[in-house]
Design a protein around this ligand. Structure first.
Ligand SMILES: *Cc1c(COP(=O)(O)O)cnc(C)c1O
Length: 407
């Protein structure tokens, strides 16, 4: 089911058709080169890969099922909808595939401490989880604003033995936490490994994180062939930074499959309250790489909005920018409202509460499936479970009830 060939590798400078690269402080060039060499050596090392697969199986719960949502497909009356169930992994989302990989690499490199940035807290929890298992010290940078909005995840990280460091700079959210983590790493890289949470950051991070997540698409491809005797016609994933999307889509790139990325349209793409970096952004440099960004005319990063904290990032992984410009990727968007509708539809129709991030992918998938034929198949990455979002959803449903609207 799994193969370790690195397809569509970036060039020596870490560029994917010009996007990506290594725009980092001089002092980080050495550590980044060391990281790159260690990553490639580990990737070729059979014992490393065996240990990674053992943990993905025994600890994470892979392979995750590929589920044919028959009732939902019937209701929509178009293509058959297949769900890749990343929501069933340990910690409830795809992010742990990456933290297992980077955690193992940190151990191999002899690092005793890991650091991470987190927005909603999901990547922080996945990092703290792995740090506990590997007996490593763990510090997680989190915007003070986010710490207030996501208090239960702060508590989770602390229970797992991590220290959560509040970040007050900028807007005190994810992008500022990432800046602080990079700053820490400049001073601490001797004994510290920086675990980045998505396919962003300077080279080799976008490549590494992608490779750790390709288990998603490799499994889905094999499962689809085994269960249905053919490949899907279309594959759909939501995009925050782009790690679950690259994980699902990358192993399907060389097949004749339409690849679709779904961005968060927030209150709508016509205003500024969204997080659609590809649809509404332009190339610029952030967090060590050249990619599509939401920035104003002065080059300042704009504030973003999405109902799902995990999609609320003003950039996108550089390889997705390259795929988009090359015409390899179709772009869709879903608003807060559409994501909420998809959330309740999947809950009622299939008994699965999806994460609000994944609900964006579902919203677009249901729209696209309706225009397809019943003998066609559409694969959706259900990147996480919705339990973490219950407070958000319940509050909105209560408000709608109070306003006399039916949910
Ligand atoms: C973090 C998160 C995302 C967005 O991150 P990507 O790197 O774009 O995958 C999507 N879904 C869930 C459930 C998440 O936790």
């Amino acid at each position: 089911m799994y193969d370790f060939e690195i397809r569509h590798a970036p060039d020596a400078g870490g560029h994917f058709d010009g996007f990506g690269g290594k725009y980092a402080a001089e002092t980080l060039m050495g550590p980044l080169a060391e990281l790159e060499a260690a990553f490639y050596a580990s990737w070729e090392d059979e014992s490393f890969q065996n240990e990674r697969l053992r943990l993905l199986q025994q600890y994470v719960g892979r392979p995750t099922p590929l589920y044919h949502a028959e009732r939902l497909s019937r209701e929509i009356g178009g293509a058959q909808i297949l769900l890749k169930r990343e929501d069933l992994t340990h910690t409830g989302a795809h992010k742990i595939n990456n933290t297992i990989g980077q955690g193992l690499l940190a151990r191999r490199m002899g690092k005793k401490r890991v650091i991470a940035e987190t927005g909603a807290g999901q990547h922080g929890v996945a990092t703290a989880t792995v740090a506990a298992m590997f007996d490593m010290q763990c510090d997680v940078y989190m915007g003070r604003e986010d710490m207030q909005r996501q208090a239960p995840n702060v508590f989770r990280m602390e229970l797992l033995g991590a220290r959560v460091i509040p970040v007050d700079s900028g807007t005190a959210t994810l992008k500022d936490a990432l800046n602080e983590a990079l700053r820490d790493w400049v001073a601490s890289c001797q004994d510290t490994f920086y675990i980045i949470g998505t396919v962003a950051g300077p080279h080799p991070y976008p490549l590494m994180v992608r490779q750790y997540h390709t288990v998603i698409g490799q499994e889905a491809r094999a499962q689809c062939l085994a269960q249905f005797g053919c490949l899907p016609d279309m594959a759909v994933a939501c995009v925050g930074g782009g790690s679950n999307a690259m994980g699902l889509l990358h192993p399907l790139r060389d097949d004749d499959i339409r690849l679709v990325a779904v961005e968060a349209a927030g209150h709508g793409l016509d205003g500024d309250a969204h997080a659609a970096s590809l649809a509404a952004g332009r190339p610029g440099i952030l967090h060590g790489n050249l990619t599509y960004l939401l920035e104003d005319d002065e080059g300042q990063i704009k504030g973003t909005h999405s109902i799902s904290a995990g999609l609320d990032y003003p950039g996108v992984g550089p390889e997705l920018a390259a795929m988009y410009e090359a015409g390899e990727l179709e772009l869709e968007a879903a608003t807060d409202e559409e994501a909420l509708q998809a959330f309740s539809r999947l809950s009622r129709c299939e008994g699965i509460l999806p994460a609000l991030e994944s609900s964006h992918a579902l919203a677009a998938a249901m729209r696209l499936a309706a225009d397809m034929q019943p003998e066609q198949m559409l694969l959706v990455n259900l990147s996480g479970r919705g339990d973490k979002d219950l407070d958000t959803v319940v509050k909105i449903v209560e408000d709608q009830k109070a306003a006399g609207q039916t949910p």
